[in-house]
Design a protein around this ligand. Structure first.
Ligand SMILES: Nc1ncnc2c1ncn2[C@@H]1O[C@H](COP(=O)(O)OP(=O)(O)OP(=O)(O)O)[C@@H](O)[C@H]1O
Ligand SMILES: [Mg+2]
Length: 318
């Protein structure tokens, strides 16, 4: 599985298909191979802590020798984010208006989109700064819609900020020409925006660099996950984000026998064939349904043993 060698790996997919389990198994395997690995959950309904039986508290926490985990806490990040915005504005806004600005920002904290902006900001910080402490970062994401939004934000925010900068530049030029004898004006807001633009564009470069970054979608051999994955892969493709690998999780293993399961397997074969047809040129990894939930490091290890290409037409055993 080539994608496992990337420095940054995003794991996406429909709700409940096994994203967190796959991301945890990928991260654990990476750590066991000797790479300092950080597993990050961007899903507000976290469960990485549960998988490792550890309470994670919003910071980077060690799990094994080389594996650390981080559950991004949207509330805490929003708090921090608004704090930075306040600090940035303090130098540029008149002291008298700062109280009003603070009040506005406190309201903004509760507004729709604030969590998303904060989460995105954290993603940027992880990719640009935290990355220095790790060889590999694996992102466990929230169900599809949320993740597509998050992954396409660098492009959207880039366009938005360019627009703001353009406007600001025009205003400044007019100001220089009319009131400042043609001398350029100092504009700290312009500088802050410029800095953000540069950060977003660096993140975009990382995400678009398919030598560095890989996208994996997890699905189950069932009708709706196939349809949803197809749409998601196409949409991300439009943003230049190439999902090269699919993990087909919870495939009935050969060990499962009996009339009922035989029937079920026949049904499943249709969907497996459908997946091969729809996602033909992508790498497709099949992982069996285990008899129990995946809850221990040994379980994750067993899970990750199936991360090999070319098993598509072989029968699958646990
Ligand atoms: N191959 C498997 N065999 C048996 N159980 C599995 C397998 N893969 C995942 N599970 C179990 O299925 C449940 C859902 O898995 P997981 O939490 O990884 O899904 P998810 O896609 O992250 O869900 P969510 O969308 O809620 O974040 C968990 O209880 C997990 O232990
Ligand atoms: Mg999950």
């Amino acid at each position: 599985m080539d994608v496992l060698k990337k420095e940054v790996i995003f794991v996406g997919g429909k709700g409940g298909v096994g994203k967190s389990t796959s991301a945890a198994a990928i991260a654990l395997r990476s750590a066991n191979e000797g790479f300092r690995t950080l597993l990050v959950s961007t899903d507000p309904a976290h469960n990485i802590g549960d998988i490792f039986g550890k309470k994670l508290t919003g910071g980077v926490s060690p799990i094994t020798d080389r594996l650390s985990a981080l559950e991004i806490d949207p509330e805490r990040e929003t708090e921090l984010y608004i704090g930075t915005v306040k600090a940035n504005l303090k130098d540029v806004v008149h002291a008298g208006t700062m109280d009003e600005v603070n009040r506005q920002l406190d309201t903004a904290k509760a507004s729709p989109g604030a969590d998303e902006a904060a989460l995105f900001d954290k993603l940027v910080t992880i990719l640009l700064e935290e990355k220095a402490n790790f060889d590999r970062i694996v992102f466990d994401t929230a169900p599809t819609g949320h993740t597509i939004r998050l992954l396409t934000l660098p492009e959207l925010m880039g366009v938005w900020i360019s627009g703001l900068l353009e406007k600001r530049k025009k205003t400044n030029e007019n100001y220089s020409a009319l009131l400042n004898d043609g001398e350029p004006v100092e504009d700290p807001i312009y500088d802050v925006l410029r800095e953000r633009q540069s950060r977003f564009s660096r993140v975009r470069d990382i995400m678009l660099d398919n030598k560095k970054t890989g996208f994996i979608f997890v699905l189950n051999p069932e009708r709706l996950p196939i349809l949803e994955t197809d749409k998601a892969v196409e949409l991300l493709g439009k943003y230049g984000l190439d999902v090269k690998t699919l993990i087909v999780n919870k495939v009935l293993p050969d060990e499962a026998d009996g009339e009922f399961l035989k029937e079920r397997r026949r049904h499943e074969q249709r969907y497996l064939a459908e997946i091969d047809r729809v996602f033909g040129e992508r790498e497709i990894i099949r992982v069996p349904l285990f008899p129990r939930d995946i809850t221990t490091l040994d379980d994750l290890d067993a899970f990750s043993k199936h991360f090999k290409a070319g098993g598509r037409n072989e029968s699958i055993r646990i």
